[in-house]
Write a protein that binds this ligand. Structure first.
Ligand code: ATP
Ligand code: MG
Length: 260
């Protein structure tokens, strides 16, 4: 087997908001890598900088300092068509699938927004079915429905399918399960691990819940107040945490601790 490949590398990544008295260092000099075909989870309390980091990786937010490399190419400052190409490779799913939907659009219309990028209609239809199948849905069941006619779990799966339409190499899921109740949450986590196992998808999964990190992650990055305080293989970070903050996050998850 060849060595696992680093698909993404962030070096000295820093993001500041505001100035003077209002200066917030949301992400401070963070170094990290994402390994191809692995699920990397960023975990940390509210306000620790997780979403800011994700938005920089997505190139939705400029970095204040540092560099971002995707597949060996510097993407720190790409704009225009280079960034549009980047967004074919790097797709995201966010917390609240309802707010991302237009209430008056069917699932078909939502997914078919990617048609113009894909060209031919028949090919796009096939791609749509394939993307839905990857998240355990069938076109015949959901394509002609409106968002309010889907369950919360189905809505989130449709959002993942929409991201998959582009056949991305990296999928970013920012609190993609936090609006769901426990059983649906596990269902979505299983969809993500299936994507890793069947497609070899690289996933950056963001959560405030270290229990979910334990369930899903190959690698865990722990953030506290904008700093990356600990990172490593999931079993190491979860079962042999080196940092006090990681231990505190773990102590908030009683069930997980018992099994440790
Ligand atoms: N556009 C912005 N302008 C000013 N400050 C911001 C902005 N976006 C984020 N911040 C600040 O940066 C810090 C990190 O925010 P971020 O949203 O990245 O945290 P988070 O870890 O995703 O939290 P949560 O778990 O609540 O989603 C917070 O102090 C936040 O208030
Ligand atoms: Mg967030």
């Amino acid at each position: 087997m060849s060595d696992p490949k680093v698909i993404f590398r962030g070096t000295g990544v820093t993001r500041r908001f505001g100035r003077g008295k209002n200066l917030v260092e949301a992400v401070k000099n963070v170094d990290f890598t994402l390994t191809e075909g692995q699920i990397t989870t960023v975990v940390g309390e509210s306000g620790s900088g997780k979403s800011t980091l994700a938005r920089m990786v997505l190139r939705l937010l400029p970095v204040s300092e540092g560099t971002l490399e995707f597949n060996g190419t510097d993407v720190t400052t790409i704009t225009g068509s280079a960034r549009a190409d980047y967004w074919k490779d790097v797709q995201a799913v966010f917390q609240d699938p309802f707010s991302a939907f237009n209430q008056f659009f069917t699932v078909r219309r939502l997914l078919s927004r990617s048609f113009r990028l894909l060209g031919e209609r028949a090919a796009a239809e096939a791609r749509m079915e394939e993307a839905l199948n990857h998240v355990g849905l069938f076109g015949a069941d959901v394509l002609d429905r409106f968002p309010h006619q889907l369950s919360g779990g189905q809505r989130q799966r449709v959002m993942i399918a929409r991201a998959l339409m582009m056949q991305p190499k990296l999928l970013i899921a920012d609190e993609a399960t936090s609006m769901l109740d426990a059983s649906l949450r596990v269902n979505i986590l299983n969809v993500l691990t299936d994507l890793r196992d069947t497609l070899g998808m690289t996933i950056l999964f963001i959560t405030h819940d270290i229990g979910q990190a334990n369930y899903i992650a190959d690698q865990v990055l722990v953030m506290e107040h904008g700093e990356m305080v600990e990172q490593g293989p999931a079993d190491k970070v979860i079962f042999d945490p080196q940092h006090e903050y990681t231990r505190r996050l773990l102590s908030d998850v009683p069930r997980l601790n018992q099994s440790a």
